[in-house]
Ligand binder design. Structure first.
Ligand code: HEC
Ligand code: HEC
Length: 176
């Protein structure tokens, strides 16, 4: 009977270890699935402080590093506004944006953005071919509705945009 007990013990150890390994692997898969599916939310206080007072705080993964370089280098004439940023502030924000640009997030939408750009580095997300294509059914007068204003106001329709989630189910176009 000794051998039987020994075998049972072995089986128990095997089952416990197996369950633990399986759960860890599943959790890992889930978080990497999230990363592939959604864009990483903003995690930078300085960027949030300086770049969210006039519009939605765009996720760095929506543009390639080269676009962010142009945007930050042109901050004295930012779509007609002088952002009046200190040199150090500009450099620090740019460092964050470049490190988290579309080429580096691993998210599927960043990849689609990169692919559609073919090396171009536009100043606007709303000029990225993939983004334009995804909105071809939205009429221009819809963007002009009072609570939307323009195509650039992602969060007006993508309520979960700040979380990096641009799923179809989370879109709600305001009626006015
Ligand atoms: C003083 C107001 C103001 C501040 C502060 C500001 N922006 Fe803007 N930004 C604008 C305006 C105006 C536009 C053009 C919006 C439009 O056409 O509807 C714009 C557009 C943009 C766009 C293009 C959006 C599109 O259409 O795809 C990006 C990207 C952007 N800003 C990034 C930044 C970054 C990065 C910062 C911080 C360094 C910043 N903005 C701070 C006023 C501002
Ligand atoms: C007027 C509302 C509105 C605004 C503003 C808007 N979107 Fe959209 N967006 C839509 C609609 C509608 C779709 C199409 C959904 C579909 O048919 O799959 C869409 C689709 C998308 C998709 C593709 C989603 C998918 O199913 O793969 C992305 C990514 C996206 N938008 C990003 C943005 C970004 C970034 C901005 C801001 C620069 C923005 N959108 C502004 C309404 C809007």
């Amino acid at each position: 009977m000794k051998i039987f007990r020994f075998l049972m013990f072995f089986l128990a150890v095997f089952l416990v270890c197996g369950t633990v390994i399986f759960n860890v692997a599943e959790a890992g898969k889930k978080s990497s699935k999230y990363k592939r599916r959604y864009l990483p939310p903003v995690e930078n206080a300085l960027y949030a402080d300086e770049c969210a007072s006039c519009h939605f705080l765009y996720l760095p993964g929506l543009l390639p590093g080269g676009s962010w370089v142009k945007i930050m280098n042109g901050s004295e004439d930012h779509f007609g506004e002088d952002l009046a940023l200190e040199e150090e502030t500009t450099a620090e924000i740019l460092k964050y944006l470049k490190a988290n640009g579309a080429e580096s997030t691993g998210a599927k939408r960043s990849k689609k953005i990169m692919k559609s750009l073919k090396g171009e580095t536009p100043l606007r997300i709303t000029e990225v071919p993939y983004i334009v294509k995804e909105h071809h059914e939205v009429k221009s007068k819809v963007f002009k509705r009072e609570s939307i204003g323009s195509f650039s106001n992602c969060v007006a329709c993508h309520r979960t945009a700040a979380k990096g989630v641009f799923e179809e189910d989370d879109i709600k176009i305001p009626k006015k």
